[in-house]
Design a protein. Structure first.
Lengths: 156, 319
């Protein structure tokens, strides 16, 4: 985790374009692949050279590892999806906190607001679930009472 | 010189064993939990607690039962041998480790006692609730500038309920919430937390967090004896989390709410409560006693040879 955070800190402009994201997600699914394998797979409809250039760019950004395989390279992700996402979120928050106090307070207040809203939403959901269970319990008890009354009338 | 060597060697063995066992536990506790699969939250909490304090307990035991006697009985007192670089460096590490542990525990206890004194100012004993609970754990009604519902105190834990909690909860909700807190008090969970503070090792945070969550679920189980109770406790959890931020209750306390992430899991667990799932207390002594007896017999019969082996190890250390 620390390694990825260092990577983000060293090069703050580590962003992933849509194509890079698509190729990364393919590599996370497959584990490793050569350019030929990705192109032949048919899931990504791109030219061989485009895939090759994009994978090379990701390697230079230190997001992928590569080993020579014949005349080509086999690429594999250096970090898992979770690790990379965690690091990206961590870096965003670090940048928010790292900027001067006045500038940081506004985005941070939005963040706090969003978290509070999420918490309130979660509590509302839990309350709804609880109310539903209470209703079910009440109707069960009522049903038991009714069947009990019916049985006692029948015996009378 | 003999006494200094004896202390140096004992501390060195202690620190080596402590670090080795701590590393083992910090890396292997998840595997142990998966393998043993305790049948109840209480069982899981007890297992995690045992694993957490195992390095300290076992290191102290080996040092006092084997290292120290082996040195005292088998080391000739007349030799003018020096302490040795390895054992003095390790002994120093041990002293630093123990000192840091003591300091952490003492400061945590001081902060907790100071907070408790403040919270108890103007408090009132809730005698009716104590009688209802059928336990000797004191329950105090406190002001609103304190945690809403928590257990504080180490050797004589007290349950603290704020005015806000009393106003927000219905009678059955308050009753189950109090039973939850009383379960923490009965199991001396704050004292266990203090032991964690003393038993210092950096990679144990995740294990301690898992213990906290299991302990909360175990206290939920102890508080609930019917589906009605389960729904009341779930309602109390939701109401308390609306009252104030989670984890503001201070050090060495056990609040009703441990963390916001655990809240959802606990409420879902409570609304799915089933009488059949209620953990049955099993006679633990049934298998603990024979194991302990077998271990004692084995230790007594092999004590002499273990002492001489231990002495060989310590000889290597002082060289």
């Amino acid at each position: 985790m620390k390694r990825i955070l260092d990577l983000f800190r060293r090069s703050p402009n580590v962003h992933f374009g849509p194509l890079e994201q698509q190729l990364l997600s393919t590599l996370w699914t497959r584990g490793s692949a050569t350019v030929r394998e990705i192109v032949d797979d048919g899931e990504i409809k791109l030219a061989y050279t485009t895939v090759m250039t994009t994978l090379d760019r990701l390697f230079k950004k230190q997001i992928l590892n590569r080993v020579a395989e014949g005349r080509a390279f086999r690429y594999s992700p250096r970090y898992s999806q979770t690790e990379l996402e965690k690091a990206a979120v961590g870096e965003t928050i670090r940048q928010l906190l790292g900027s001067n106090a006045g500038a940081a307070s506004l985005p941070l207040s939005y963040l706090v607001e969003a978290v509070s809203e999420h918490d309130a939403g979660l509590l509302d959901d839990l309350q709804r679930l609880l109310d539903q269970k209470r209703r079910e319990l009440r109707s069960e008890i009522r049903g038991d009472h009714r069947s009990g009354d019916r049985r006692s009338k029948e015996t009378q | 010189m003999f006494a200094a060597r004896c202390i140096g060697v004992s501390l060195a063995v202690f620190v080596l064993l402590y670090v080795f066992l701590s590393l083992l536990v910090s890396q292997g506790w998840k595997l142990m939990r998966r393998t043993l699969r305790p049948s109840s939250a209480r069982g899981a909490a007890d297992l995690l607690f045992t694993l957490r304090v195992l390095p300290l307990g076992l290191s102290v035991f080996v040092t006092l039962a084997f290292t120290l006697p082996s040195f005292l009985l088998l080391e000739p007192r007349s030799t003018g041998e020096a302490i040795g670089t390895a054992s003095s460096a390790l002994g120093l590490c041990c002293l630093v480790l123990l000192g840091a542990g003591v300091a952490r525990a003492v400061f945590a206890q001081l902060r907790a006692s100071r907070a408790l004194v403040g919270w108890l100012k103007g408090s009132a004993l809730m005698e009716r609730h104590i009688k209802e609970s059928g336990n000797a754990v004191p329950i105090f009604r406190i002001g609103n500038d304190a945690p809403t519902l928590t257990v504080a105190g180490l050797c004589a834990p007290k349950v603290l309920v704020s005015e806000a909690a009393i106003a927000a909860l219905t009678s059955p909700e308050l009753r189950t919430a109090l039973r939850h807190e009383i379960a923490h008090a009965i199991h001396y969970d704050n004292l266990r937390k203090l032991l964690f503070r003393f038993s210092l090792f950096p990679a144990m945070a995740e294990l301690e967090h898992a213990w906290s969550e299991e302990t909360e679920m175990a206290a939920d189980d102890a508080a609930v004896s019917s589906f009605h109770d389960a729904l009341d406790l779930a309602a109390a959890l939701i109401k308390m989390s609306r009252l104030g931020p989670v984890e503001s209750s201070g050090e060495l306390t056990m609040a009703l709410l441990h963390s916001s992430t655990a809240l959802s899991a606990r409420v879902h667990r409570l609304v799915a409560w089933n009488q059949a799932q209620k953990p049955q207390s099993r006679g633990r002594w049934f298998y603990v006693l024979p194991t302990a007896a077998a271990m004692i017999i084995a230790a007594v019969t092999t004590y002499g040879s273990v002492l001489s082996q231990m002495h060989a190890v310590t000889e290597w250390l002082v060289r």
